[in-house]
Design a protein around this ligand. Structure first.
Ligand code: C2E
Ligand code: MG
Ligand code: MG
Length: 768
């Protein structure tokens, strides 16, 4: 019946119950002092000193309980501290029990003294106290029951003690009243518990909401129908430069926006857009650009006339997008616009110019670093990169304001200006670029010189688009490079004609190679000691169906540029080895191989196939390489030449003296022969220094155990000088024969092998 509450109830409930016991000090004091007055009054009336004592006791117990209750107020009990609460329950039970017992004694004494006023006072006060007890102490059933018993039983006994049948009936009526008091207390207890639970749940919910709002990555604002802020977190207000969210709860959202606009943190138009979206109640998104480059995407949604705003900080995303945008438009190494971005801008400018019919010139410069490959090769790519960046940095300041500079790719830069005043201005800009490059560059701790070549075009033709201008500037640049480094060349229409011709040759050459439009001629090589032809050099010829004979000096570079050279070399190798097979004795054939061949095709494979197909002995084939090939494709060339050399194929260094003339190649490469360029022979008749130079170069080759050939012998005098003053082994030149078709050369060789030298020369040159 008296369940120990602290064990049966959840801790929180129990602690709340104990708190309720101590809640109403006022009514306790009122009860105690009221009762003391009533007891004192009835003691006076009935002349009973016992009642007086009871009155005093009421005051004492009331004061003690008050002290106890104050002490309770002074301590804080945790919601789950059952132990402490239980101690307070015991103290409360003792206090409440003592005062209840006092009422019981008062009732018994009052009925004992048989004074109607005393009886009435004790009975009415006790009954009302009982009612009060049920209100105040309903929480602890045991305590309440104890009080009811301690007051009720003596009261009943007192009434019964009177021994009157009417009083007995009253007692009978009082019993259900006491019982109902307990029931009412039970109901009140349940109500209290519900309230306590409700409060706890509400508090838990509030905490959860707080946690959710605090941990929410985005800012959140909840507005009620009138636009008043109901709920928000700090993040939402940070967007507006406000820190404390609590300060804004209950204020209109519009005010917050107005404040942000007033402080310059938000544009008025953005505020209007956001307010319109909230008013429309349709939901949607708005981008808010705030102070200090912060961007927020606000998602607005409305439901049940409540609006929720989510603020997502997308500043970083925007910065990243801007960065990507930048990277797509600018060259990472130099920071200059890249080709694509440059093209966009220039094409737009040219289109504007066309629309406006503005015939003032448009200028385009293409700037190329001379020998950049050399820097890359000798100092490494890092140094190359640094040089590019340094060159790029000097470009824009050299040009007139308004010029757009960009990196075209590799070591090429481009600049555009429209309208450009005059050809003179355009040239001066280019001169300033050359001057700017003259100061040496600091690259990885080294001082480095770098020149640029510039091709420039100034066009007044409105139809010229960027591609056309670039082709023209490129042609000018090509001419600048061909004429030596560090030059400025302006585009001229004749370059265009040349360009068109080259374009045509490219297409036609392809067709000629495919359809057998090329043929070979052979130039005899004569051994001076043996006094006979020992071999022939194969030279390609192209007889264009419309343009007539095209010189190798023209079509070989075209073939190299287009990559057709591989097919050409294969054709020459196949044809030359086959023709050579038909020649008598051990007469050899020499074939020219270009630098591009070593880069693009399998020279060794082509040679092998040609030898296999023709069944020409390897020693009767000679390969001629130029210094350029050796320098440009050092590794590849060395490996290929070594393997050819090992097979017994002759390896000649052609045109020696026209290029770098580096002696180190002669030493390092597996060569069998040195062909001294005809520029060394040209003026030996008139210049005594020249014959000495020729003799020394030849001696140098001889010291390296090379066979020496002199090219371009045109006169008897030249031949006599060579024979008298040098140790040259072989000669080649118009004096012995112009390059002849295969059939003629075979006949010539046959005849010549039987004839003395003078006769042979006559035969070959056709001179008497
Ligand atoms: P090269 O290999 O030095 O060939 C010798 C060039 O000198 C030939 O010119 C020849 O006709 C010319 N020549 C010979 N004797 C004399 C002379 O006494 N006086 C003068 N002034 N010239 C003489 P060609 O045939 O016009 O060839 C020019 C260059 O074109 C060749 O120089 C060679 O580098 C290249 N070439 C020719 N045919 C081929 C080929 O089939 N493949 C490759 N890769 N290059 C070739
Ligand atoms: Mg040659
Ligand atoms: Mg040569």
């Amino acid at each position: 019946m008296f369940e120990p509450a602290h064990r049966t109830m959840p801790a929180v409930d129990y602690v709340s119950m104990i708190r309720s016991l101590y809640a109403d000090r006022g009514s306790m004091l009122l009860g105690a002092f009221g009762s003391a007055i009533a007891a004192a009054a009835s003691g006076l009336k009935a002349g009973s000193p016992v009642l007086g004592i009871i009155a005093v006791l009421f005051v004492i117990v009331g004061v003690l309980r008050n002290i106890d209750m104050r002490a309770f107020d002074a301590v804080t009990i945790a919601d789950d501290d059952v132990e402490t609460a239980y101690a307070w329950e015991i103290r409360s039970t003792i206090g409440a029990g003592a005062i209840a017992l006092l009422y019981g004694v008062w009732c018994v004494v009052s009925f004992w003294v048989r004074d109607p006023f005393a009886e009435l006072a004790a009975a009415t006060v006790s009954v009302s106290v009982l009612v009060g007890v049920s209100q105040r102490n309903f929480a602890i059933d045991r305590l309440m029951t104890l009080q009811v018993l301690l007051i009720g039983v003596p009261l009943l006994l007192g009434v019964l003690f009177v021994g009157n049948i009417y009083y007995a009936v009253l007692v009978l009526l009082l019993l259900p009243f006491f019982a109902s008091l307990r029931r009412i207390a039970g109901a009140a207890r349940a109500m209290l518990l519900r309230a306590v639970h409700g409060r706890i749940e509400a508090a838990a919910l509030a905490t959860q909401l707080d946690t959710a709002l605090d941990t929410l990555e985005h800012g959140l604002l909840m507005l009620e129908a009138e636009g008043i802020i109901e709920v928000t977190n700090d993040r939402a207000l940070v967007a507006f430069g406000e820190g404390d969210h609590a300060a804004w709860v209950g204020r209109p959202f519009g005010e917050l926006l107005d404040e942000a606009v007033a402080q310059g943190g938000l544009a008025g138009t953005a505020r209007d857009r956001l307010m319109d979206l909230i008013a429309s109640a349709t939901g949607g998104k708005v981008l808010l650009g705030m102070k200090e480059g912060r961007y927020f995407e606000v998602t607005v949604s409305t439901r049940n006339r409540q609006t929720v705003l989510l603020f997502e900080d997308i500043s970083e995303r925007i910065v990243a997008e801007e960065r990507i945008n930048f990277m797509a438009r600018y060259d990472a190494l130099t920071g200059l616009p890249n080709r694509a971005y440059f093209s966009d801008q220039v094409e737009a400018a040219l289109a504007d110019r066309r629309r406006a019919g503005d015939r003032r010139g448009a200028a385009l410069w293409i700037i190329d670093i001379d020998d950049f490959k050399h820097v890359n090769d000798t100092m490494g790519h890092l140094a190359g990169d640094q040089l590019l960046a340094e060159v790029a940095a000097r470009l824009p300041p050299a040009f007139a304001p308004g010029t757009l500079c960009a990196r075209l790719g590799g070591d090429e830069f481009i600049a555009f200006h429209a309208p450009a005043a005059s050809g003179e201005d355009v040239r001066q800009d280019a001169e300033r670029v050359l001057t700017a490059m003259r100061k040496s560059f600091e690259v990885m701790g080294h001082k480095l010189g770098a020149n640029v070549s510039i091709g420039v075009v100034l066009s007044e033709d409105l139809e010229d688009d960027l591609d056309t201008l670039m082709i023209k500037a490129d042609l000018a640049l090509y001419t600048a490079k061909a004429g030596g480094k560090g030059q400025i060349v302006e585009f001229h229409e004749s370059m265009d004609t040349e360009y068109r011709l080259r374009q045509r040759l490219k297409a036609d050459l392809k067709q000629a190679i495919a359809e057998g439009g090329l043929h070979l001629v052979y130039q005899p090589i004569v051994d001076l000691r043996q006094n006979r032809v020992i071999g022939c050099e194969a030279l390609a010829r192209w007889n264009h169906p419309e343009l007539g004979p095209i010189a190798p000096a023209t079509f070989i570079p075209v073939a190299e540029e287009t990559g057709l050279i591989s097919d050409l070399t294969r054709f020459v190798l196949e044809t030359a080895t086959r023709d050579c097979r038909a020649w008598p004795g051990d007469i050899s054939v020499a074939v020219n191989v270009s630098a591009r061949d070593f880069r693009a095709s399998d020279v060794e494979g082509m040679v092998n196939t040609a030898l296999e197909n023709s069944r020409l002995p390897a020693r009767r084939l000679e390969i001629e390489v130029t210094e350029t090939a050796v320098i440009e494709e050092r590794e590849a060339v060395n490996a290929v030449l070594l393997s050819l050399y090992t097979r017994g194929i002759g390896v000649a260094l052609d045109d020696f003296g026209t290029g770098y003339s580096s002696l180190s190649y002669l030493q390092a490469l597996p060569l069998t022969k040195l062909k001294i360029d005809r520029s060394f022979v040209m003026d030996i008749e008139t210049n005594p220094r020249s014959i000495r130079l020729l003799a020394n170069v030849a001696q140098l080759g001889k010291d390296l155990d090379l066979v020496i050939t002199a090219e371009g012998i045109e006169t008897q005098e030249q031949l006599d000088l060579i024979m008298g003053k040098t140790r040259i082994d072989h000669v080649q030149g118009f004096l012995f024969g112009v390059p002849l078709p295969a059939a003629d050369i075979a006949r010539l060789i046959e005849r010549h092998s039987a004839e003395p030298q003078e006769e042979a020369r006559r035969l070959m040159t056709g001179r008497p």
